[in-house]
Design a protein around this ligand. Structure first.
Ligand code: BDR
Ligand code: CA
Length: 319
């Protein structure tokens, strides 16, 4: 029996594709569903991309539930086509499966139902803006007591943002939902830029993965080439950040990360919108406001070599 029953909420997206491939191929993960959200691309594109990836990975039995098209409160930001391409797959030509259809259930309803049907078992892994997760909580706040764990790609505790000096993209794309998610009484792990800026995949492992697994690895290598171009232009190095895959890897290999527990508060509006303030547990501040909760384990350090070895080990097992 699979050890980890997982739902991934996603906006594929190049690094989302790597994360989904890792989850689908990992022998201890049972992927119970993909829920889709706008973010890197529109929700319609994200849903098609999710269907494509499951087909590619021979996982067509995994349901895809389409979710929110826009943020819960703010007006949407533009899609970052310069990072992931207009189609989210680095603008390579993709033959979408003609027979793919998302399930007839909204992503938030799917999440609520699955958590209620599997109390204490579901690991929810949001790797896009938190609109669906915020909505699921609104529909049924009791899921906070029934989920096993919520492992989020998002935020930045002690480092700068990637879409503004303050904010990481997923939180910035729906800071109101993010605040609601961080203040719900469920156990959260925040896998943010503190660690994902450090998990940089050079191009060589992608070449090895493509050689070992031409169908899946070849596709991933192609889309990663576009993503790597963005990093070369903006950050000036060869390779790319494993934001979303590192988040799934936390579930199977938490020993690769060092965390500190505490409270996260999200700035919802203004030039700092999307900033995640971290108040470590036990630290005294002037106001009690900063010691209201300690439900978030914030990842602060990562074994980068371990993460790179792990993703390669799992992805080479593809076709
Ligand atoms: C996050 O934003 C998206 O561009 C990536 O897919 C990842 O989820 C990184 O900030
Ligand atoms: Ca993502």
């Amino acid at each position: 029996m699979a050890k980890y029953k997982m739902i991934i909420d996603t906006d594929p997206g190049v690094d989302d594709a790597l994360a989904i491939a890792f989850a689908a191929l990992h022998p201890e993960i049972e992927l119970l569903g993909l829920t889709t959200v706008y973010g890197n691309v529109s929700v319609d594109q994200a849903t098609q991309n999710a269907g494509y990836l499951l087909d590619l990975l021979d996982q067509k039995q995994v349901p895809v539930a389409k979710g929110e098209a826009t943020p819960s409160v703010q007006t949407p930001h533009n899609f970052p086509d310069f990072v992931h391409g207009k189609n989210g797959f680095g603008d390579i030509d993709v033959a979408y499966p003609a027979d793919f259809k998302p399930v007839d259930e909204h992503a938030a309803d799917f999440i609520v139902r699955m958590i209620n049907e599997n109390p204490g078992e579901i690991i929810l892994v949001p790797i896009g803006p938190l609109a669906n997760i915020g909505l699921a909580l609104k529909k049924d706040p009791s899921i906070a007591h029934k989920v096993k764990q919520v492992v989020i790609m998002g935020g930045a505790a002690h480092v700068a943002g990637n879409v503004s000096p303050a904010a990481e993209a997923n939180i910035w794309n729906d800071p109101h939902a993010a605040q609601a998610v961080f203040e719900a009484p469920w156990p959260i792990v925040m896998v943010g830029l503190d660690v994902t800026y450090q998990t940089i995949m050079p191009n060589e492992p992608m070449e090895r993965i493509a050689a070992a697994a031409p169908k899946v690895g070849g596709f991933l290598q192609q889309i990663c080439a576009f993503y790597a171009k963005f990093y070369r232009n903006v950050a000036g190095f060869d390779g790319f950040s494993l934001h979303d895959p590192a988040t799934v890897m936390y579930v199977t290999n938490p020993e690769l990360f060092k965390t500190e527990r505490g409270q996260i508060e999200v700035v919802k509006e203004g030039s700092g919108a999307g900033k995640t303030f971290f108040a470590p547990k036990g630290k005294m501040y002037a106001e009690d406001y900063w010691s209201k909760r300690d439900n978030v384990e914030v990842c602060l350090e990562v074994d980068k070599v371990g993460v790179l070895a792990l993703i390669e080990k799992v992805l080479v097992t593809a076709q």
